[in-house]
Write a protein that binds this ligand. Structure first.
Ligand code: HH2
Length: 286
């Protein structure tokens, strides 16, 4: 059984800043309240050191966020978000000028400041719905953008998520957000889609999406999956402590890669990188 053909395998998809093959996206949350690593990096130096360690472990990208979007979280002011992320981006790039950094924000002013500081990708969990200025900022920067599906908003999204058909609703949403981005001037080769594991989804919704990821891959854009340490893994394994959910996370990475996803947003870089290397070796062996 082969791996589902992914958009990044297609000829012409050569303008992306990361290398071909599966990409581990190392998560760097510079927030006091993220669900698994909140408060771990209290100052920019500590955060940048962690990013460098993730790069050394094989992360192809670092995704830096200055506001938690965990269920029940509250927004932070835009200036505070920018104040958290920009000094860290500057320090990472001072240590590793070649590092590819994405900024996890739905606010255009934060994205613009991060791009100015050297970030090269925007990760927008609202898929360009959160701020009308975001699409033009991304289009002007000619940078890749991650468009994620979310039902509701972080404060209340887990209270009662409901779908008639989660697969077609998430697929249709991502397809129409990609069209919106392209109509706003984002290059089709710069669109990445993400089913938004845990964002307004029950355990069953997450399982349906991960088990049928081919429907998202079929949209023709690279697919990012962000399942790392999330609660649904704990509800299957019984592991309460988010930081201890690495084995369950690795299972999602291997499955998602086999189904055609190519970007994996994770906290535990080495474990996921090694699992992907073995999976890739087996799947590409002739
Ligand atoms: N998940 C989180 C944050 N950003 N971005 C994308 N594209 N996909 C995701 O699945 C995703 C994301 C939530 O995880 P985390 O950053 O670990 O926690 P928090 O939001 O509490 O900072």
């Amino acid at each position: 059984m082969g791996r589902t053909k992914a958009a990044s395998d297609t000829p012409g998809a050569g303008t992306r800043p990361w290398s071909p093959g599966p990409v581990v996206v190392g998560i760097l949350n510079v927030t006091p309240d993220s669900f698994s690593d909140g408060g771990d990096f209290p100052d920019p130096e500590a955060a940048a050191s962690h990013a460098v360690a993730m790069l050394d472990e094989g992360a192809g990208l670092i995704d830096i966020g200055g506001e938690s979007t965990r269920p029940g979280s509250d927004p932070v002011p835009q200036r505070e978000e920018t104040r958290r992320v920009v000094p860290v981006i500057e320090r990472i790039l001072a240590a590793r000028p070649e590092a590819i950094i994405s900024v996890d924000t739905y606010r255009s002013a934060t994205a613009a400041a991060a791009l100015e500081a050297g970030a090269r990708i925007v990760n927008d969990v609202t898929a360009l719905r959160g701020d009308p200025r975001m699409a033009p900022v991304v289009a002007d920067a000619r940078c890749p953008v991650i468009l994620m599906h979310m039902q509701g908003e972080p404060k209340t999204m887990q209270s009662e998520p409901r779908y008639e058909d989660v697969l077609s609703e998430v697929g249709d949403f991502l397809g129409s957000r990609a069209e919106h981005a392209i109509a706003a001037g984002v290059g089709p080769e710069d669109v990445i889609v993400d089913p938004g594991i845990g964002f307004g989804k029950t355990l069953e919704h997450n399982l349906a999406l991960l088990g049928n990821l081919e429907t998202v891959v079929a949209l023709g854009f690279p697919v990012l999956v962000g399942a790392s340490r999330k609660r649904f893994i704990g509800s299957i394994t019984g592991v309460q402590e988010a930081k201890d959910r690495v084995f369950g996370t690795v299972a999602t990475t291997v499955l998602a890669y086999e189904k055609g996803a190519t970007l994996f947003r994770v906290h535990d870089v080495r474990a996921n990188r090694e699992a992907l290397a073995v999976t890739e070796a087996v799947l590409t062996f002739r």
